[in-house]
Design a protein around this ligand. Sequence first.
Ligand SMILES: Nc1nc2c(ncn2[C@@H]2O[C@H](COP(=O)(O)OP(=O)(O)OP(=O)(O)O)[C@@H](O)[C@H]2O)c(=O)[nH]1
Ligand SMILES: [Zn+2]
Ligand SMILES: [Zn+2]
Length: 253
Amino acid sequence: MCKVCGCSEGNSRVSGLALQPVRTHAAGLSPSRMVSIEQDILSKNDSYAKENRDRLARDKVFAVNLMSGPGAGKTSLLVKTLSDLQGSIPMCVIEGDQETSNDADRIRATGASAIQINTGKGCHLDAHMVGHALDKLNVALGSTLFIENVGNLVCPSGFDLGERQRVAILSVTEGDDKPLKYPDMFAFANVLLLSKIDLLPYVDFNMDQCIEYARRINPSISVIPVSVKSGEGMEQWYGWLRSHNNDATSTVV
Ligand SMILES: Nc1nc2c(ncn2[C@@H]2O[C@H](COP(=O)(O)OP(=O)(O)OP(=O)(O)O)[C@@H](O)[C@H]2O)c(=O)[nH]1
Ligand SMILES: [Zn+2]
Ligand SMILES: [Zn+2]
């Protein structure tokens, strides 16, 4: 179910577990009834998100919601991060995709634990799905939990999952005007990772312009340019992760 595009009529699954879909294309519903259903769904999501947030805080887990359009490099970034930081921070992953367990398989190949959520026709994760995934994934005390959202630059920005930080990833092949065209995502995020910067010589992407657009939407957004391929910027990303992981694990609940 998506309050933005109202597009989901599919079944959501957490590794085979069926969740009840909410249908938005109900014939005969007036627009005001639809609005009231949407408000109900959002307030339900918020209460599930609060449950997740309280649970994660109790377990001293630093949860990061990673969002981007399809193919911006979320899984590649995670695979590299999990390989490079193995042994220094306990880490695990919740993977969200409409179909396939390809991304969870790529994550598990690094040795890290991963749960795949398939959203069917759903275009984003919601807090209820993440709660079910948390029941299945034994997240160790003091871990960083990466939640890779469904590849979509719009809909995930409407749904709090109970995470502590939100990271939007935009690759340089997508165009520097995206913060203005898809402002909700950039308003929602705490951090913007500009990915695939090894490709900058081959594309017309003005990094300064893109950052200026992003800050027009969200003046406090942090920006980290990275390339998984060349390794550029990865130390800055790891520094950001370590410091937030320390904050989460040292917060007294
Ligand atoms: N040149 C270059 N290619 C990259 C980089 N990071 C990822 N890619 C490529 O981009 C493509 C998509 O990467 P993924 O990591 O699957 O992207 P994703 O965001 O997880 O994709 P979805 O989950 O389908 O939305 C792959 O072909 C990667 O090899 C990078 O830093 N530089
Ligand atoms: Zn949608
Ligand atoms: Zn992915």
